[in-house]
Write a protein that binds this ligand. Structure first.
Ligand code: ATP
Length: 349
């Protein structure tokens, strides 16, 4: 297994576009790191540089103690799992899983042992003679995992491996992949645009925005202390409410007449962005804060109230035992769980 270190790794494409700005990070041995961000933020580019499928423009990439910038993908001792599985359609499951080993010159006996072991781990024992077209999406993804496992890599790289699966299977497979990764203890980098996958699978999350690392932290750190409005609104569904408020006389005033029952932070600006997670807001209170509910979304386990607070969009998540109806509803904002951000830069203050 290996530690992975990026030292100011940067990517500029031949057309001059800087897809990844200088990026430094350390992934300790055995950790699963998730690269997450919206489409085009540079996560695949970063992963492909680690894989050796894309040249590194500047900076150094270490796998273990070695700088691997100039090493071919085949010499990096990594295994990659792709979104489209990349299985050979004319080969059986067993042949697909053993193909990489065969190419490396492994003996028939070794291939057989490793494929059997991987099939046992992945519950694929009954399918070894089938072709990929005779498997479900989840089973195909397991074969792709099997092919990665048999190579005993130092590093797993996952590029949106679950995107082609339906929601239920995605939930099941993410638990399987995480359990497997923990059991094997292989250092892993996992790319997704799905914040739920990032939250549930990662030891640490790296949030990327326009080719730049916006924040690195454990799922809890990222959720509880987002470094910017970008992270705050990207991680969490429904997204954090972010209100634009004026500061006057130590109080927070929304555009319009509403005053928030939360003390203003001490800062140089006369305005601030104020964030509340929808699940941190409570119904009821002294009547000083009133949400004008416009839409109620029933989610089964809970319900979401969407409306306006002082003329700005605002959502509250309530439990299924609580009742609410369209129209004015008194709410209490959580003073202990408020987030403040810089009005222009969007950074946490
Ligand atoms: P997605 O989730 O849509 O796959 P991503 O975060 O993985 O997005 P990348 O594929 O890494 O994003 O692309 C990052 C940026 O680099 C995008 O703006 C993309 O248009 C640009 N880009 C990717 N490949 C090239 C290329 N060969 N030449 C120029 N620009 C490129």
């Amino acid at each position: 297994m290996a530690q992975v270190t990026l030292n100011r790794v940067r990517k500029t494409y031949p057309n001059g576009f800087e897809a990844v700005q200088p990026c430094s990070l350390e992934i300790p041995d055995g950790e699963l790191v998730v690269l997450v961000g919206p489409s085009g933020c540079g996560k695949s580019t970063l992963l492909r540089m680690i894989a050796g499928l894309e040249d590194i423009t500047d900076g150094e990439l270490f796998i273990g103690k070695d700088v691997v910038n100039d090493k071919d993908p085949a010499d990096r001792n990594i295994a990659m799992v792709f979104q489209n599985y990349a299985l050979y359609p004319h080969m059986t499951v067993a042949k697909n899983m053993g193909y990489g080993l065969k190419n490396r010159g492994a003996s028939k006996a070794e291939i057989e042992t490793k494929v059997q072991e991987a099939a046992r781990i992945l519950n694929l024992g009954d399918y070894l003679d089938r072709r990929p077209s005779q498997l479900s999406g989840g089973q195909r993804q397991r074969v792709a995992m099997g092919r990665a496992i048999v190579r005993d890599p130092e590093l797993f790289l996952f590029d949106e491996p679950l995107s082609n699966l339906d929601a239920k299977l995605r939930n099941q497979m993410r638990i399987e992949i995480r359990a497997l990764q923990q059991r094997l203890g292989v250092t892993s980098v996992y790319v997704t645009h799905d914040q739920v996958e990032a939250m549930t699978m990662a030891d640490r999350i790296i949030v990327l925005n326009a080719g730049r690392i916006e924040q690195i932290g454990t799922p809890t750190e990222i959720y509880e202390h987002p470094a910017s409005t970008f992270v705050a609104s990207f991680m969490g569904a429904p997204a954090m409410n972010i209100l634009s408020a004026k500061i006057a006389g130590g109080q927070l005033h929304l555009d319009g007449a509403t005053t928030l029952a939360i003390p203003a932070p001490a800062m140089a600006q006369d305005s601030v962005l104020v964030g509340f997670r929808p699940e941190d807001v409570r119904l009821g209170g002294d009547g000083s804060t009133v949400l004008e509910v416009q839409i109620i979304e029933e989610l089964g386990a809970n319900r979401l109230l969407h409306g306006q607070l002082g003329g700005q969009p605002f959502s509250v998540s309530i439990s299924k035992e609580e009742q609410a109806s369209v129209g004015p509803v008194t709410i209490t904002l959580p003073a202990a769980r408020v987030h403040f951000f810089h009005p222009e830069r969007g950074t946490r203050v």
